[in-house]
Design a protein around this ligand. Structure first.
Ligand SMILES: NC(=O)c1ccc[n+]([C@@H]2O[C@H](COP(=O)([O-])OP(=O)(O)OC[C@H]3O[C@@H](n4cnc5c(N)ncnc54)[C@H](O)[C@@H]3O)[C@@H](O)[C@H]2O)c1
Length: 370
């Protein structure tokens, strides 16, 4: 299968390397607007065709295109590639708005082409293990989930930390919990670049009273990549920064007796049991993601992280950003697949709504939603 990559910045080279290594894939083209990046491709891979002109790629005989450019460009590039009859994988998040994302989903459906989003963590063996642990019931009833994705940088010039980092955690949450959030609220602040939030705390409410907190930051002294799930029977921590032993299952908990004792008190019992470290096979998630994309094209099956999953994450991000602007207002998340905006109509927004924040379109949030 012949493939082209659009965008050869930070992430594009990693995709290109994987596509070159995969049996059955032939990376043939790289497109980038920056001549220096194209020169780098030629120096590294002399046999590849390089161009700054998208049409060269779209008129070529490649079967599939991978988009690894800034978020604001995803929709136009993916749309053109689909209209040229190419299967498309777009790096996370799928698009800069739910309207754009849902249009891409509808277009791919209409043309019978594969549309996938690069939710890398859905191809990570540790996340698969996490999902199996939750699904097995080993944790008991899930009480809450806490995720933290923190580090110093890389600051993005045109999007805030939510759009940059939270797609990972949101896709993990949807994949592991197998539930859709009902409501969201988000708070954060912009310290370095005015109007561009560099730290955010997002709270999601899921059915069955499950609550999830997503903390993302470009302004933290420590690199943290952690998901904690607390259940009624056990607790699990997935620490992606660990070289090995990324998942630990703690047989810890607190129980409250059904009945009070003779003094009328409820004495809690604390359980401190073993810690189990399940074996997680080592494999590169990005390779699995690329392999899955090609397999889905070959077999005509729907990707695990297909366009619909991508659109769901974009819808959640949109509501999170809206809540950020409304200073943490709790907003509903509707499973709207028509492209219509979810949440309350504009006239119901509070007066403080003129606060500016920067979504992936590089415009103020107000402009983006109007
Ligand atoms: N899955 C992951 O873990 C992961 C990690 C990092 C980045 N990403 C995603 O990858 C994408 C790219 O991020 P990055 O960090 O590589 O960005 P980057 O800015 O480093 O690179 C983007 C490249 O795209 C090129 N470009 C911009 N507009 C273009 C256009 N219209 N046509 C062709 N080329 C164009 C730029 O010249 C640049 O070389 C983003 O969507 C980002 O969210 C995913």
């Amino acid at each position: 299968m012949k493939v082209g990559v659009i965008g050869f910045g930070y992430w594009g080279p990693k995709l290109a390397r994987n596509l070159l290594e995969l049996p059955g894939a032939m990376l043939e083209w790289v497109v980038d607007l920056d001549p220096a990046r194209l020169a780098r491709v030629k120096a590294q891979y002399p046999s590849l065709h390089v161009t700054h002109c998208l049409e060269d790629l779209l008129l070529s005989d490649v079967d599939a295109v991978v988009v690894a450019t800034p978020i604001r460009t995803h929709y136009q590039l993916a749309r053109k590639a689909l209209l040229a009859g190419k299967h498309v994988m777009v790096e996370k998040p799928l698009a800069a708005s739910s309207g754009e994302a849902e249009e891409l989903v509808a277009l791919a459906d209409r043309l019978g082409l594969t549309l996938m989003v690069g939710h890398t963590f859905e191809y990570n063996p540790a996340v698969h293990a996490l999902r199996d642990i939750v699904a097995s019931g080993e944790l008991g009833q899930v009480y809450y989930v806490d995720t933290a994705r923190l580090n110093l940088g890389l600051f993005q010039p045109d999007i805030n930390v939510l759009w940059d980092l939270a797609p990972h955690d949101l896709s993990i949450l949807l994949y592991v919990l197998q539930r859709e959030p009902l409501a969201i609220s988000a708070r954060g602040s912009a310290h370095v670049t005015p109007g561009i939030h560099d730290v955010a705390y997002v709270e999601l409410r899921f059915p069955d009273n499950v609550i999830a907190n997503v903390h993302v930051s470009w302004l933290d002294p420590c690199k943290v990549r952690r998901v904690t799930i607390v259940g009624s029977k056990k607790m699990v921590v997935y620490n992606d920064v660990q070289e090995s032993e990324k998942i630990r299952i703690y047989d810890k908990g607190v129980e409250r007796p059904f009945e009070a004792d003779r003094l009328g008190e409820y004495r809690l019992t604390y359980r401190y049991g073993s810690i189990v470290v399940p074996y997680i096979p080592l494999s590169e998630p990005l390779r699995a993601q690329c392999e899955h994309f090609l397999d889905c094209i070959r077999t005509g099956t729907r990707p695990r992280s297909d366009g619909r999953v991508g659109a769901r994450v974009v819808r959640i991000l949109e509501q999170a950003e809206r809540s950020l602007v409304e200073d943490g207002a709790r907003l509903p998340i509707t499973s709207n697949s028509t492209g219509a905006r979810s949440g309350p109509p504009l006239r119901e927004r509070p007066a403080a709504y003129h606060v500016q924040t920067h979504g992936p379109n590089g415009r103020s949030a107000l402009a983006a939603w109007d």
